[in-house]
Design a protein around this ligand. Structure first.
Ligand SMILES: Cc1cc2nc3c(=O)[nH]c(=O)nc-3n(C[C@H](O)[C@H](O)[C@H](O)COP(=O)(O)OP(=O)(O)OC[C@H]3O[C@@H](n4cnc5c(N)ncnc54)[C@H](O)[C@@H]3O)c2cc1C
Length: 692
């Protein structure tokens, strides 16, 4: 039940720590957090609440998690739960991707904005924020050099409100961002979207359904665009289109009408569907730029900062996240410096670290959408690692980090976790810095959540944990950790370039292979640049590991069952496991026998994980984004039983190798990674699980 808010001038209009302009998800989240932190905060909006907002109403898993953190899930009584995403690729059919999270939080929602925004506002007020609706911010006080308040108009009167921090959460057309000179001159990054509601839609699944891409009116040219059908509940659907080409912006209405007509003509669910209310449209700002999300005293959040996904139009989770981050930044600044305009630079850095790869990928893709869509289209049905990974990174940024490289990592002991967190953030920056310009879609792979909640087993982690065994901090550890991560990614890319089956008729351009080869070359070159910082011997070791990996791969490609053992498993383990363990041990100053033991551990545990991968394949599951049925193969299957036995043998040998390694949190974590039931492939009942 959504209750309107009373409108009146707040009792006091001075003494605020922050003024938040705009009470959408971004502004409400910022005001909520500031209030929780004990700050006096004024939240203003030009509209009265509850108010509608033109939107698809889709909340991804990360949005739901953020809402859970704000304690509002129970209040969203009109929410329709969704379990994943369905992608319908033009002319290629559909694929369903289900969220899977063992803790039960892995779901999305569809919630009409009329309800969502009112609930969020109310939450901010309950936390202590002062809400003032029907009040329009007309200009900033101060300017680009330093903002110290806003001017607000209310019922024909003007109020000058002062505060050390102003949050501009005033949406895609942000007047405040304009006035502060923060709007990108590159206006072409604005898209446009339109939506309408339909009732009496039959058989709606609990999925966010996205249609990619749509064709122009002549039906000859595809546009950088998408359509969606989101279930709102009770046979109602939110249907809409988004278009990321300003040259065609005026065609959004046509695109929408065609999309709806096509659904009515071809989709049985829409046979009896009726429009409920008019179609409405709004701009989508895609010009996120970390250097343009604030000036002293002013922080932009959500749409005002251009934080919208150019692939899916998602913006609510980014608005919530940036609102919370901005509030934290303001609170920290006020605690340290007292009054005075808040410096936005740390907030901008945080946003850059969390978002810039993903958003830049989208921006590049819009600009070069022919390549992006061709690759996506040509590889849509293909679960080769690189393509599945890129598809995931482009279309499902939430949760993309967790499990992207290998499996989730068991939680390390607190003292080890602290060092790992610091080191991984540094490695993430190195990785981001070296791929951002050319292949920004990989920026997020090096990311870690600050609380390490989505830490996954990747070569960099192994190297850092092995280094912790020796206990000495070596300045090279970050560069070499980046090198081994890039080496693994390059390996995935190489694996993904394969001979493509010839189809009848003219041979299609192998966009997938071209892309894989380009990416592999690039990543390998970057990996060697980092390895070179360790000097000749490290480069030689790196080259040796690559040779072993290539030999293993060559044998694998021969598809000879007799070659399935030693060299293939050694090849699989070389870059991702053995090399990082050995290099890490040496960098950490471990004694030679310990370094050798760590390398042996890496070989064995790597072999166990490679066999685990074969188990997954038996189950029809792919770690890289496939969608298999959990439990498709059971322990009774002789092939499963055989593989499980081999996994256990290698895991046992890995644990034996650790005997030489000094006790401590690092050894303890390594031992847990060599457990007989490895975390990914097998559940406690012995069923082979899908990992998507
Ligand atoms: C058609 C369409 C479909 C979309 N579908 C989805 C989807 O399914 N899922 C998703 O995650 N995202 C979607 N988005 C994006 C999403 O709507 C935005 O990213 C999100 O609303 C951003 O939240 P925000 O708080 O930054 O801004 P907004 O939600 O736009 O809120 C801005 C607020 O500021 C107020 N305001 C503006 N100017 C002033 C002023 N001068 N003074 C006072 N108040 C002011 C406005 O009244 C408004 O309440 C869609 C967008 C469009 C256009």
């Amino acid at each position: 039940m959504v209750t309107p808010t009373p409108t009146m001038v707040p009792d006091r209009l001075d003494g605020f720590d922050a003024i938040v302009v705009g009470a959408g998800p971004g502004g409400a989240a910022a005001a909520y957090r500031l209030a929780v932190l004990g700050r006096r905060v004024l939240l203003i909006d030009r509209r009265e609440f509850p108010r509608d907002k033109c939107c698809g109403d889709g909340l991804t898993r990360s949005a739901v998690r953020l809402l859970a953190g704000m304690g509002v899930l129970d209040e969203l009584t009109g929410a329709q739960r969704v379990d994943g995403v369905r992608i319908r690729m033009r002319g290629r059919g559909g694929r369903d991707f289900h969220y899977e999270d063992s803790d039960g939080t892995g779901y999305g929602m569809v919630v009409p904005r009329l309800e969502l925004d009112a609930v969020l506002c109310r939450r901010a007020v309950r936390a202590g924020a002062v809400l003032w609706t029907g009040a329009r911010a007309t200009r900033l006080l101060g300017g680009a050099a330093g903002v110290h308040g806003v001017q607000v108009e209310y019922e024909g009167r003007r109020f000058a409100l002062r505060a050390p921090a102003v949050v501009a959460a005033d949406g895609a057309s942000s007047r405040l961002a304009h006035q502060a000179g923060l709007r990108s001159p590159d206006r072409e990054w604005t898209g446009f979207a339109a939506r309408g509601y339909f009732t009496q839609v039959a058989d709606l699944d609990e999925l966010l359904e996205i249609h990619l891409p749509l064709a122009d009116v002549t039906d000859r040219r595809v546009l950088p665009s998408y359509g969606w059908v989101f279930p709102v509940g009770d046979g109602t659907a939110n249907v809409g289109v988004g278009l990321f080409d300003p040259a065609h912006r005026e065609n959004v209405r046509l695109l929408y009408e065609r999309f709806v007509a096509e659904l009515a003509a071809t989709d049985h669910r829409f046979r009896a569907a009726r429009p409920a209310g008019p179609m409405t449209g709004a701009p989508l700002r895609l010009d996120f730029d970390p250097s343009r999300c604030g000036v002293p005293g002013l922080l932009l959040v959500g749409d005002a900062a251009g934080l919208v996904s150019p692939f899916t139009g998602e913006g609510i989770s980014f608005a919530l996240e940036s609102g919370l981050l901005a509030a934290d930044r303001i609170d920290t600044a006020l605690r340290r410096a007292g009054a005075g305009p808040v410096d936005p630079a740390p907030y901008a850095r945080q946003l850059a670290a969390r978002q810039s790869g993903y958003f830049e990928t989208g921006r590049y893709s819009v600009r070069r959408y022919l390549l992006a869509w061709r690759v996506l289209d040509a590889t849509f049905d293909d679960d080769r690692p690189l393509f599945a990974l890129c598809r995931r990174l482009a279309l499902f940024p939430d949760g993309a980090r967790a499990g992207v490289l290998l499996d989730p990592l068991p939680r390390p002991a607190p003292e080890l976790a602290r060092d790992l967190r610091r080191d991984l953030l540094a490695v993430g920056e190195l990785l981001a810095g070296c791929v951002r310009e050319d292949w920004p879609m990989f920026v997020r792979l090096g990311g870690v959540d600050e609380d390490l909640s989505t830490l996954s087993l990747r070569p960099a982690v192994l190297l850092l944990v092995a280094a912790a065994v020796g206990g000495r901090e070596h300045s090279l550890r970050h560069a070499l950790a980046a090198a081994v991560d890039l080496g693994l990614l390059a390996g995935l890319a190489v694996d993904s370039a394969r001979e493509e089956t010839r189809s009848a008729g003219p041979r299609p351009t192998p966009w997938g292979n071209r892309f894989a080869v380009l990416v592999a070359d690039f990543l390998l070159a970057r990996a060697y640049e980092f390895a070179a910082q360790g000097g000749g011997p490290v480069v030689a070791e790196f080259a040796e590991a690559l040779t072993v990996a290539c030999e293993g791969r060559a044998l694998e490609l021969r598809d000879d069952p007799s070659s399935a053992g030693g060299p293939v498993l050694a090849g699989r383990a070389a870059i991702a496991f053995e090399l990082p363990c050995r290099l890490g041990g040496r960098l950490g100053g471990a004694r030679v026998p310990v370094v050798n033991a760590l390398a042996a551990y890496g070989r064995e545990v790597g072999a166990a994980y490679a066999l685990g991968e074969q188990l997954r394949e038996l189950a029809g599951a792919s770690r890289w984004g496939g969608s298999a049925q959990p439990g498709a193969a059971t322990r009774d299957d002789p092939r499963v039983a055989g593989l499980l036995g081999l996994v256990a043998e290698h895991a046992q040998r890995a644990r034996e190798a650790l005997r030489v390694v000094p006790a401590g949190p690092a050894r303890e974590l390594l031992a847990r990674l060599a457990a007989p039931g490895l975390p990914g492939p097998v559940d406690p009942e012995g069923r082979v699980m899908s990992v998507t």
